[in-house]
Design a protein around this ligand. Structure first.
Ligand SMILES: Cc1ncc(COP(=O)(O)O)c(C=O)c1O
Length: 368
């Protein structure tokens, strides 16, 4: 059966006329950098999330880096985050000369466990970066309470969570700022790289915009050291078309997730836990499985795409060897890296494809 992990071409086919028109409009304008669509997208995303300001940039990774630069995070500082995330979350902390300090995850949600945060705070701690992993909001009430009591900034890594909400508020609108990725496979994906930082703090927004533009407010006058991080106008125009569909697409993902969960009932597979206070938008549908290597092999034989997000926790990555962490430091995370497996999840997934995936899994376990 022909199946994709993410079907970006199939999704494009559904909105081709609108997308092509938007691309041609930008081509005809000649405004390839900082065109009107970029400013319009910033306003539309800010309104959608319920925040006052949005600053487009070149990627979700840049969004995190620029957010920390705007908060003056650098050498000697510590930033608390999860060891069970994509490398960008901690890489950007390290690149700025600060130290990533990890806190183990909740085994049900795979998100940072707020009960373990206090113990990781030191006088050097400047910020907490909760990650809304797989599209499930982190426990923001508890995280914000700790951050406010200890004078820490909160940077939401919403690369996988755009459109998810927590107690009725969209993620990104809860912390001091939120970081978004428009990588093509994301729930709102461009046709290339892209990112955005959102905040309701006007002073922070001003610094974010300045840092993303070579540290300048007025061209050729540079107040601080910045970076060159821009979203192309073509990408912004495409994203404006796609953003109108985001809520409907996220609802489709939730429906597909519910179908997987029903089809996998009665198997040894642990299906995703959905925390009642959050609205999960299923960037990934990730299960926890016994005998993962065997299942991995069986899915390969049947041509079913799948992935392991993530096979190595950040504290055990070679790139972070200088952090001094060891195996056993974050047992919940380490166990998750051995057991998780993500199934195909996108808006074009059919019931027939999901049935095939789940029958294959069911047959694998029936034979043991
Ligand atoms: C949790 C997380 N943070 C950050 C990023 C970085 O985003 P980008 O690939 O747009 O740089 C990603 C996505 O790849 C991600 O999944």
């Amino acid at each position: 059966m022909n199946m994709q992990m993410v079907d970006v071409v199939g999704q494009y086919a559904k909105i081709k006329t609108e997308v092509d028109e938007a691309i041609h409009r930008v081509l005809a304008s000649g405004q390839f950098i900082m065109g009107k669509d970029v400013a319009d997208l910033e306003q539309e995303i800010a309104a959608y999330l319920g925040v006052k300001h949005a600053v487009a940039c070149a990627s979700g990774t840049d969004a995190l880096q620029i957010a920390m630069m705007a908060m003056n995070i650098g050498p000697g500082d510590e930033v608390i985050t999860s060891p069970f995330t994509f490398v960008a979350t901690a890489e950007t902390i390290g690149i700025l000369g600060a130290r990533p300090v990890y806190v183990d995850i909740d085994p049900r949600t795979y998100n940072i466990d707020p009960a373990k945060i206090e113990a990781a705070i030191t006088p050097k701690t400047k910020a907490i970066i909760p990650v809304h992993l797989y599209g499930q909001p982190a426990e923001m009430d508890a995280i914000m309470a700790i951050a406010r009591a200890r004078g820490l900034k909160v940077i939401e890594d919403a690369a996988q969570g755009l459109g998810a909400s927590y107690r009725g508020t969209k993620v990104c609108a809860i912390g001091d700022c939120g970081c978004i990725s428009f990588f093509p496979s994301k729930n709102l994906g461009a046709f290339g790289d892209g990112g955005m930082i959102v905040t309701s703090d006007p002073a922070l927004a001003d610094r974010l915009r300045m840092i993303a533009a070579h540290g300048s407010r007025v061209r050729y006058y540079h107040e601080v050291l910045g970076v060159n991080s821009r979203l192309d106008t073509i990408q912004a125009a495409i994203l404006r078309v796609k953003a109108k569909h985001l809520d409907a697409w996220n609802a489709e993902r939730r429906r597909a997730a519910a179908r997987y969960t029903a089809l996998l009932a009665g198997t040894p597979v642990v299906t995703p836990f959905i925390a009642p206070e959050g609205e999960h938008i299923f960037h990934q549908y990730t299960i926890r499985v016994p005998e993962r290597d065997g299942l991995d092999q069986r899915l390969k034989e049947k041509g079913i795409p799948h992935a392991i997000y993530y096979p190595v926790p950040l504290h055990l990555q070679k790139a972070f060897a200088m952090s001094g962490y060891r195996e056993g430091d974050f047992p919940v995370t380490e166990q998750a890296t051995r057991e998780v497996l993500s199934l195909p999840m996108h808006t074009e997934l059919t019931e027939e494809q999901q049935q095939f995936v789940c029958t294959t899994i069911r047959e694998f376990y029936a034979g043991r």
